[in-house]
Design a protein around this ligand. Structure first.
Ligand code: ADP
Ligand code: MG
Length: 698
């Protein structure tokens, strides 16, 4: 039996390693940079670099890389050897502070959304000392931010760090107002629950749709799907268990706190959740987790699908972003307090989140928008595209009582006034879980459930942090000027509840009547697709908020909007072309081959005896011939719709055409093919079916 504590974090240059390998002075200086953002001097950087290199070489590393997260959604790395020639003809292993702090990858091949035209083509990467360096294979990976020479962010980490700083600044103002003068730092923590599918590599290889797009573009409904609810939390199959075991080990070596694993609702679907940590580290870890999941799967003859909707008709995969605010690494600000005064502070932070989510529904929605995730959110699957907040019965009762100035039934106190000693004590409400809410309060944290399984969690957290920073700023501005702190506080909380209660919904979020009520009665936004929501990134109110907190510049926002839309268009276009290809070269020929067999069988029967019935073959042939014709027509129509895109001038128009024309045609082609699949002999079908894929891993 392996002892996890013996090897946990063995591939990470973490605090333990730093302490052991750096002089006390260098260690202190580095800690100051990590904890308080103090500037690092080159002497310290040189000492850290040397220690890092020695440690890495001892652990088998030959190369180093600045590891970063460009806007492609995956991570990027360029490896450099540590070797340097020595005068005697040999080599020495070298790594300087300068190389640690800054790298210069060629930025021109990464998406920049127009920033390249205005700014220099070169970019640079800058070390993020708040996220530990680690070893992957033979390479020391140094987490970095990626910027253009003009200082414009070209990655997801930079704005994430900026948003954390914005929130830190505003939250500290509020805490100081409540008399917590010693608080130095407020950080957000995140625990992302990651869903995924596992299928066999052998079957994956036979499907071009999976290989090119990560999802199935065809596939008739199998006789059995998830209707029996027998997979969720079910016994884990031996092959999957072996995979999970190795995955956990690899993650633990990298210091990732992989904690919970279980089967999910759909067949072949599973989930992994780590223990939560500081948001930027959680983000790095989640990117690494997704990468390692795929690598380990390959070793087990499996493929890990991280697409949001790999299969129609069964659940898609999401990522739940559990989020909370912590002061000085300890106190959770979203935890109801022990005393009424602490509870007033808690309620203010709670209100800040409610206000933020309501005011910036659009930003939260677009932070998770991708072509893949549209299949979940747009279809009101899990959760819907409408953003609402679940609070639970008890908190809801408290807020209602505050709003209306009526007694709160959950306590003997008859009068509710905040900030003073009459505030009721209420308990953490962790029992009442609502799995259908896109944004649920779960006792001491919020769970944002709209993220797709392949999304980087950076985007959602950038928007969430920034929006909450904005609420807190508005509160702090008022409270700092207040003559009577408690009166203003009480009034502000009451007003927030009154103005924003329409975003609170404790019922079933999957219900169609809710969507109707949300949109028609409550005026909540319902952006079903990426093209519906993405352009709102540039709405004046959003630009104003995000630039005022210095999370993005206007140019960065424009570039991001363009990149996200481009990404949407390219994704769907690849899918459309893959469908055309598969329909023409695999599906249509398979159907015709089967028709030929049926016709031959009928003819052979007749040759034996003219009176033998061929009605089975005849009926089937007739049906299949109609479907063959439909497949041909629908393929042509899809091709035409794709051709039309060539004339579009800008990416926004193109995205609308894709939403309105291309996706519909893809659906029609699929319907005809799936119908044919259901009545074509299995031996003719050119690739594994849904039944094979979903129940293939034993
Ligand atoms: P669920 O019932 O949704 O699976 P869990 O309590 O198991 O909920 O937690 C899910 C995730 O939330 C885990 O990653 C966990 O570490 C994380 N989490 C727990 N507490 C917090 C917190 N205060 N802040 C952020 N994440 C948290
Ligand atoms: Mg959860």
């Amino acid at each position: 039996m392996k002892n996890v504590s013996d090897f946990f974090g063995c591939k990470v240059f973490d605090d333990r390693v730093m302490k052991a390998n750096l002089s006390a002075k260098v260690y202190r200086s580095l800690r100051k940079t990590i904890d308080e953002g103090a500037k690092l001097d080159i002497g310290v950087a040189n000492a850290v670099a040397a220690a890092m290199k020695d440690w890495a070489v001892d652990h088998g590393a030959t190369h180093y890389t600045h590891w970063f997260q460009p806007l492609t959604g995956v991570t990027a790395e360029k490896h450099d050897g540590f070797i340097s020639p020595s005068p005697d003809g040999g080599v020495i292993m070298e790594f300087s502070g300068k190389e640690l702090i800054k790298g210069e990858p060629d930025a021109s091949s990464f998406p920049s959304g127009g920033l390249r035209a205005t700014f220099e083509a070169r970019g640079y990467t800058a070390w993020d000392p708040t996220s530990y360096a680690f070893i992957k294979g033979n390479t020391l990976c140094i987490p970095t931010a990626f910027c253009s020479y003009g200082g414009e962010a070209l990655d997801k980490k930079t704005p994430l760090l900026r948003s954390m700083e914005a929130l830190n600044k505003q939250a500290i103002r509020i805490l100081h107002l409540f008399g917590n003068d010693d608080v130095k730092c407020v950080r957000t923590s995140v625990g992302p629950e990651q869903e995924y599918f596992l299928i066999t590599k052998e079957m994956y290889e036979q499907r071009r749709d999976l290989r090119f797009t990560g999802r199935t573009l065809f596939g008739a409904k199998p006789p059995k799907g998830q209707e029996m609810d027998d997979h969720y939390f079910g016994v884990i199959k031996p092959r999957v268990a072996a995979y999970m075991e190795e995955l956990n080990e690899e993650l633990w070596k990298l210091g990732i706190l992989a904690k919970t694993e279980h089967n999910e609702v759909a067949p072949a679907q599973h989930e992994l959740a780590p223990i939560y940590t500081t948001t930027n580290i959680a983000t790095d870890h989640n990117q690494l987790t997704m990468e390692i999941m795929q690598k380990v799967a390959a070793k087990h003859g499996l493929v890990c699908l991280l697409h949001e909707k790999p299969f129609a008709g069964v659940n898609g995969s999401g990522k739940h972003n559990n989020w909370s605010l912590t002061a000085d690494g300890g106190v959770n600000l979203l935890s109801p307090g022990e005393t009424p005064y602490e509870n007033a502070q808690f309620l203010l932070f709670l209100c800040a989140v409610i206000k933020a989510v309501d005011d910036y529904q659009d930003l939260l929605r677009l932070s998770v928008a991708t072509a893949g995730n549209d299949h979940r959110l747009g279809a009101n699957e899990a959760p819907p595209a409408v953003i609402s907040i679940f609070l639970g019965e008890e908190l809801n009762g408290v807020l209602e009582a505050i709003e209306t100035g009526t007694p709160y039934a959950g306590t003997e106190k008859t009068q509710m006034k905040l900030g003073v000693d009459v505030l009721p004590k209420f308990n953490r409400d962790t029992t009442d879980r609502n799995r259908t809410s896109p944004f649920a309060f779960t006792g001491n944290k919020f769970e944002f459930r709209m993220l797709g399984s392949s999304n980087s969690i950076a985007c959602a957290n950038i928007m969430l942090n920034s929006a909450v920073a904005e609420s807190l700023k508005i509160y702090a501005d008022r409270l700092e000027k207040a003559e009577n702190f408690e009166d203003v506080l009480h009034e502000m909380i009451r007003k927030t509840i009154k103005d924003h209660k329409h975003v609170i919904f404790n019922g079933n979020g999957y219900d169609d009547t809710w969507i109707k009520e949300a949109v028609e009665k409550r005026g909540l936004l319902n952006y079903r697709t990426t093209p519906d929501c993405m352009p709102h990134l540039l709405d004046e109110k959003n630009v104003r908020m995000l630039t005022s907190h210095k999370v993005f510049s206007e140019a960065e926002l424009k570039s991001r909007c363009e990149i996200m839309l481009e990404n949407y268009c390219k994704t769907v276009l690849i899918e459309a072309n893959t469908m055309i290809d598969m329909a023409k070269t695999e599906i249509a020929p398979a159907v015709s081959a089967y028709v030929l067999e049926l016709a031959n069988t009928a003819a052979a029967k007749k040759a034996v005896d003219e009176s033998i019935s061929c009605s089975y073959e005849t009926r089937l042939v007739k049906k299949l011939v109609i479907l063959e014709e439909q497949i041909a027509v629908k393929t042509d129509e899809l091709e035409e719709a794709v051709m039309k895109l060539q004339d579009t001038e800008d990416v926004e128009t193109e995205s609308y055409m894709i939403r309105d024309a291309v996706l519909g045609k893809m659906g029609e082609l699929r319907a005809a093919c799936d119908e044919a699949e259901a009545i074509t002999a299995k031996k003719y079908w050119p690739f594994p079916t849904y039944g094979d894929l979903l129940f293939g891993v034993k």
